[in-house]
Design a protein around this ligand. Structure first.
Ligand SMILES: Cc1cc2nc3c(=O)[nH]c(=O)nc-3n(C[C@H](O)[C@H](O)[C@H](O)COP(=O)(O)OP(=O)(O)OC[C@H]3O[C@@H](n4cnc5c(N)ncnc54)[C@H](O)[C@@H]3O)c2cc1C
Length: 412
């Protein structure tokens, strides 16, 4: 008699739901339990700062699968259920309600949570963070055409919320500690594109500015900045980054760095336990380093790869990081990973908001971003993969097909 194996996935969002789907696709006929603390069945977060926040898309647009999918594929989806303890030695875990669940393989897809800002008044009503669909619903209710919105942090989520709030018709002040929006990832040249984008849409951008306190009688009415300004407001949105959810893993003795440390097959330091998505710092064979990526495509594909590895189909995760963003009428895709670079080359005029930017290090392309230009991700990925110096003037020349450059890049 064969015993049915149990694979448990903690975290019922994009990573977890994709992993469950691929386990079945690959023919796993054991028990799959997908556990999530949120009440919703798995959904995708990108629309929460964009069309869903603006009320232009309904709930049905955000789900990873329709509700019937889980039953139809014999996936036990347990929502509003939080895992509180792992016991790797016993091959079991415990839920908040005291129930115990045994597993043969475990995937930690616990994601990330917004970093909190701990300053006077930051817990006042009217101060929002954005991670869940409920957060987006609350924000949608709060932002009216006549609202005065302060967004703290001009990273991706903060910048997208600022754009959506303007599109709703609110007055928006965007406060950023650095000198430009998105500068940490994109550098000054492309950060300036986002500065101009927001200011041309009527956002007041306060760069090189911190936030010292928030005041209000019953809810937030004012934000005080490090430069001594008081900004009257009705809504504050804080977008100062996220922290990976590593608590379960850490308490269970699994190695944690900036995220749950996993090898290229997404297995943690404890055999049989895997981690993927925003929570995981994964060994990347191309970079020869562990990297943690907080983006949709990484969640999607690592969920798939984790499932294959849970089944023993040794599959390294080798995809280059990729993400997208939409703000107003500017849509971008970014491919690569560039903690540092020494040159930025533009193909097209960034002032027109239709261009490709390449980040180079020692003449080699380490990242590329296409802005309102489409179907170029493959050659950009190939240029990065080749790791050979590319002539900057050819990169900048729109008459040189990227495919040719990607195929013919020669050593200097
Ligand atoms: C507003 C917003 C906009 C975004 N826009 C973009 C975009 O435009 N482009 C892009 O590339 N990326 C975007 N992202 C990032 C992308 O959504 C994330 O990378 C992706 O959601 C990560 O998926 P995940 O499944 O790894 O983690 P999460 O989505 O964080 O899911 C983890 C889940 O695990 C649950 N969980 C955690 N611990 C436990 C536990 N102990 N027990 C039970 N359940 C638990 C959590 O409640 C959560 O539901 C955006 C993110 C946000 C928040």
């Amino acid at each position: 008699m064969s015993i049915r194996r149990t694979f448990v996935i903690v975290g019922a969002s994009l990573t977890g739901a994709k992993a469950a789907e691929v386990l079945r696709l690959e023919g796993f006929d054991g028990r799959i339990v997908l556990i999530g603390e949120e009440p919703e069945h798995p959904y995708q977060r990108p629309p929460l700062s964009k069309e869903y926040l603006r009320g232009e898309a309904g709930r049905e647009k955000v789900y990873v699968h329709d509700e019937r999918f889980y039953g139809e594929h014999d996936i036990e989806l347990r929502t509003s259920a939080r895992v509180v303890t792992l016991d790797p030695a016993g091959g079991q875990l415990f839920l908040e309600d005291g129930r115990r669940l045994r597993y043969d393989r475990l995937l930690l897809a616990t994601g990330a949570v917004p970093r909190r800002l701990s300053i006077p008044g930051s817990d006042l009503p009217g101060v929002h963070y954005l991670r869940t669909i409920e957060d987006s619903d609350r924000l949608n209710q709060a932002i009216m055409p006549a609202s005065r919105v302060v967004v703290v942090g001009a990273g991706w989520v903060g910048s997208e919320v600022a754009a959506s709030a303007r599109q709703i018709g609110a007055e928006v002040v965007l406060i950023e500690r650095g000198s430009l929006p998105l500068e940490r990832v994109l550098g000054p040249e492309v950060g300036a594109v986002y500065r101009d984008l927001h200011t041309s849409h009527g956002v007041e951008l306060l760069a090189a500015t911190g936030v010292e306190a928030m005041d209000g009688a019953r809810s937030v009415e004012e934000v005080r900045t490090s430069t001594g300004r008081s900004i009257a407001c009705d809504v504050v949105v804080i977008g100062v980054g996220v922290a990976p959810r590593v608590d379960l893993a850490e308490a269970a003795g699994i190695v944690v760095e900036d995220g749950i440390a996993v090898d290229e097959r997404l297995e943690t330091s404890t055999p049989g336990i895997f981690a993927a998505g925003d929570a995981a710092a994964a060994w990347h064979p191309f970079y020869g380093a562990r990297i943690r990526v907080e983006h949709w495509a990484n969640a999607l594909h690592q969920g798939e790869v984790a499932a294959r590895n849970m089944l023993g189909l040794a599959t390294p995760y080798e995809r280059l990081p990729y993400f997208f963003s939409d703000q107003y009428d500017l849509g971008i895709e970014y491919t690569g990973y560039a903690p540092s670079w020494d040159k930025v080359v533009f193909r097209g005029d960034p002032g027109t908001r239709q261009f490709i930017a390449f980040w180079l290090s020692d003449g080699r392309v380490v990242a590329g971003m296409n802005a309102n230009v489409w179907d170029v991700t493959d050659p950009i990925r190939e240029l990065i993969h080749r790791r050979t110096p590319v002539d900057a003037s050819s990169l900048a020349d729109p008459d040189e097909p990227l495919e040719d450059l990607a195929g013919t890049a020669t050593k200097r």
